[in-house]
Design a protein around this ligand. Structure first.
Ligand code: SF4
Length: 388
């Protein structure tokens, strides 16, 4: 039996309506499909081929997990506990939409063992929220935070987005200050990404969406870094800021490229060197499970060099960077030797700092992480390490 710590992700693909910028695997559906989906999800959990690995984190994401009742969420968690070895101190998170919460629901979740709560705030500005087609108001956020605290949640994350259409630096500062004033233990602050197949993308293509230019976006990011630092948060990842002891354990699994199992429509798993993705549409997911078919849409065994490159890319999202000895030991390969010339070039550009034991991204490296990742990928594809 392996003792590798793993995470579990559960996807709830329902939302009250689709937001204009969202390209997640989520649908404005309700009614019978929700019950059918839950039955299918329980079936997938029941059929999981699990081998007793200790589970250090469980994350309910979406979509909108709190589209479900407290009891439905508690049932799913109970079932996971029956099937997996969830450690007593595991981090158990649910994402939530501030527009669809009740105290009763949160209390039920807390009793069931949820101990971290992540609220999709995005903005405190009513115009920005309207333009994003969010269903909640700024008051809903405040009520949501108060309810979560009353229900006993002591580990709270707020998600915010910057570089929104027509957003000024001042407006972003106001959003940030309002978020910090609510004293969450964790903040996730993302720049808006224009994804194809979203309403925002099509509006932008037609010239009907005005976004802050790149210099302003960089200023917004820098402002987020300085205001959070002043308020006592530590930046530990490109977009993530935590009070001491409150880094997100689940996301750290992804950033360390460690194993996790995903359940639900479109969920991704990475386990024993294989990555697989479930079928995306909830109706097809339900049909396949009902008929005893596999829900796996695609699966690949990662080549060693691809795994190394991915590990380097995700690790360099973290301010802690890459521990070189640990990396060589994990892969049993001379990774450091193979990548050192590239890291030295990236150091000349000012994107990383090469130390005796670690490679760490600089502040510029965090900002240009996508470009930095491309360089790692190019090198690993062009000349994989000799032993790989
Ligand atoms: S609530 Fe979140 S997941 Fe649902 S549509 Fe909006 S952004 Fe997407």
């Amino acid at each position: 039996m392996s003792a590798t710590p793993i995470g579990i992700y559960v996807h709830i693909p329902f939302c009250h309506r689709k937001c204009g910028y969202c390209d997640f695997n989520t649908y404005a559906m309700a009614g019978a499909i929700v019950d059918a989906y839950l039955s299918a999800l329980h079936l997938e959990i029941e059929r999981a081929d699990c081998e007793g690995d200790p589970v250090v984190s469980v994350f309910f994401g979406g979509g909108t997990p709190t589209f479900l009742s407290g009891e439905q969420l508690a049932d799913l968690l109970r079932h996971l506990r029956q099937r997996f070895h969830i450690l007593p101190d595991a981090e158990i998170t649910s994402e939530a939409n501030p527009g669809s919460l009740t105290l009763d629901q949160l209390q039920r979740m807390r009793e069931a063992g949820f101990n971290r709560f992540s609220l999709g705030v995005q903005s405190f500005d009513p115009d920005e929220l309207r333009r994003m087609e969010r269903i909640h108001s700024p008051d809903d956020v405040i009520a949501g935070v108060q309810m979560a605290r009353r229900a006993g949640f002591t580990n709270l994350n707020l998600d915010l987005i910057f570089a929104l259409p027509n957003q000024t630096l001042e407006r972003w500062e106001s959003n940030l200050r309002r978020a910090i004033a609510l004293q969450p233990e964790h903040l996730s602050l993302y720049a808006l990404m224009l994804e194809p197949n979203t309403r925002f993308y099509h509006l932008y293509q037609k010239g009907q969406l005005s976004l802050p230019d790149e210099e302003v976006q960089v200023e917004m990011y820098r402002l987020a870094q300085s205001l959070t630092r002043q308020a006592g948060y530590e930046q530990y990842e490109i977009s993530n800021f935590a009070q001491a002891g409150f880094r997100c354990r689940h996301n750290l699994l992804y950033w360390h490229n460690e194993p996790y199992l995903g359940f639900g429509a479109g969920a991704v798993s990475y386990y024993r060197g294989i990555r697989w993705t479930n079928i995306k549409h909830p109706r097809e997911y339900v049909r396949r499970l009902r008929e005893g078919e596999s829900v796996v849409l695609e699966s690949e065994r990662l080549m060693a060099w691809a795994s190394v490159a991915e590990t380097l890319m995700v690790r360099l999202r973290l301010t802690d960077g890459v521990d070189l000895q640990e990396l060589d030991a994990r892969f049993g390969l001379p990774v450091c030797e193979g990548f050192l010339p590239l890291f030295l070039r990236l150091q000349e550009r000012g994107w990383v700092q090469v130390e005796r034991t670690h490679i760490r991204p600089t502040n510029e490296g965090l900002l240009w992480h996508s470009e930095l990742s491309l360089k790692i990928l190019e090198l690993s594809e062009r000349c994989p390490l000799p032993a790989l």
